[in-house]
Ligand binder design. Structure first.
Ligand SMILES: [Fe+2]
Ligand SMILES: [Fe+2]
Length: 268
């Protein structure tokens, strides 16, 4: 057996999310002893998108790879910055965009790829089919000798996430399909086909008293009055959601998946 231990954080939201993830990293490292740490960073810069400066801070703190989502281009400069960031990959099913379609890591002679895909149900962006994109990409990686793959499936609906999870779990080498985007963790961690670690949604790392990361009252006013409020990242104590997965890189499968949640003790 060739065990590889991975921590994967859900959407890091703004300053509260970054602050709490970075403050918890030493404790989580000690507890889980991860070989690699990954995070979805689509909300890391002011809650909307990512820029090079924020990405670099997260990477400098020890996060090995960053994935994205529907907010990938919210920070306008990021379209031109992404190709300078070798540890960031964007959704592979954007029809045409700069940035990496996958990341490759090496652990004791075995290679491991991280892929990011966007769902198409309820996400208003022009996208190629995530199922076909994943199939082609995984075949291309296998031809390059990369037979261990983790997928961050950034999607709105549980059904699309389960469909892609079951679809990819039929392929040897898809070690994990991890849902992101809804910012709410789901209690359905499991192995699919005794091979692929799965969760519908990891949940976010961001302000705990919020509406999926945003200030509460402006969102309520949007729903109640239709007032076109600008949404801002909420303040205060944060919640951290992640999964810890153990892979067997020799058998190209997952061994286990475990949910992690931490809540900051008081307002900061
Ligand atoms: Fe998000
Ligand atoms: Fe998202």
């Amino acid at each position: 057996m060739h065990e590889c231990r991975i921590l994967f954080f859900g959407d890091i939201g703004g300053r509260p999310g970054r602050r709490f993830v970075l403050s918890q990293l030493p404790l989580l490292r000690e507890r889980y002893k991860p070989d690699f740490i990954f995070a979805n960073a689509e909300n890391a810069t002011h809650g909307f998108g990512l820029n090079a400066a924020t990405a670099q801070k997260l990477h400098d703190a020890g996060i090995d790879g960053l994935t994205l989502g529907n907010h990938t281009w919210d920070q306008k400069e990021f379209w031109n910055e992404i190709d300078t960031l070798p540890y960031v990959c964007r959704p592979a099913n954007y029809p045409k965009a700069p940035g990496k379609m996958y990341l490759v890591f090496e652990h004791q002679g075995e290679k491991l790829a991280v892929i990011n895909l966007l769902g198409r149900t309820g996400i208003r962006t022009a996208l190629d089919c995530p199922f076909q994109t994943a199939t082609k990409l995984i075949e291309a990686l296998e031809n390059d000798g990369i037979r261990n793959v983790i997928v961050d499936f950034h999607a709105e609906t549980t059904a699309e996430k389960y469909a892609l999870g079951w679809f990819l779990s039929k392929k040897e080498g898809v070690c994990a399909v991890l849902g992101t985007h809804t910012h709410v963790p789901t209690a359905d961690t499991r192995l699919l086909n005794n091979r692929t670690a799965f969760v519908s949604d990891i949940g976010m790392c961001g302000p705990h008293d919020s509406v999926i990361g945003c200030e509460i009252d402006p969102v309520i006013e949007r729903f109640v009055e239709g007032k076109p409020n600008r949404l801002e990242v909420a303040k205060g104590a944060a919640v951290l959601n992640a999964v810890f997965i153990r892979l067997d890189l020799e058998q190209h499968c997952a061994l286990s998946i475990e949910r992690i949640q931490r809540i900051e003790e008081s307002d900061v």
